[in-house]
Ligand binder design. Structure first.
Ligand code: FES
Length: 171
């Protein structure tokens, strides 16, 4: 990060901390605000927040990695999480996983270069009798097949162009 970018980031973090205060209870709201501005909370921000709150960076890191709604890394607009637990595994998870890898051109844990999609594994999401199951952001898809992967990704691509679209509509 260039020093001017660092200075700008520090100024933003200072403004956020000014709003929330420096108590430990302010840590999560501060992290949420930093993430809202930058999609993720990187090492630099975690260190700067720790310095200003007078706590160890490991404590900040621990909070960021504990809560699923806080991210260390930038993610795509659509985060696809495919369940890898046993019922979905037996229902055909591998074929769905391979289709997702092929269609997106990334491995699990990766994000497409255009920033549209992040592909991740999930543990059981409570749809065991309707597997294979996956989440697109907070939206659940069940009985997913390789063919349905095409429909889901096309729907995401259509929704990408719609400002503020929250739901992926599969036709
Ligand atoms: S095993 Fe996949 S949703 Fe439970």
């Amino acid at each position: 990060m260039l020093s001017t970018q660092q200075e700008q980031r520090v100024a933003e973090i200072d403004a956020i901390i000014e709003r929330h205060g420096r108590s430990r209870s302010a840590l999560i709201p501060i992290l949420q605000d930093v993430q809202r501005r930058h999609d993720a909370i990187g090492d630099f921000a975690m260190q700067a927040i720790a310095d200003r709150l007078g706590i160890h960076p490991v404590e900040v890191y621990g909070v960021v990695t504990f809560y699923a709604f806080l991210n260390e890394d930038c993610r795509g607009r659509f985060v696809i999480r495919l369940c890898r637990t046993i019922s979905c595994d037996l229902a055909g998870r591998d074929a769905v996983a391979n289709q997702l890898r092929n269609d997106l051109g990334i491995e699990f844990g990766g994000t497409t270069a255009d920033g549209r999609f992040t592909l991740e594994w999930a543990n059981c999401i409570g749809m065991c009798d309707q597997g294979p199951a996956l989440l697109v952001n907070d939206q659940v898809f069940t009985h997913v097949t390789p063919e349905k992967v095409h429909d889901i990704l096309s729907a995401c691509t259509r929704a990408f162009g719609l400002h503020g679209a929250q739901e992926v509509q599969v036709r």
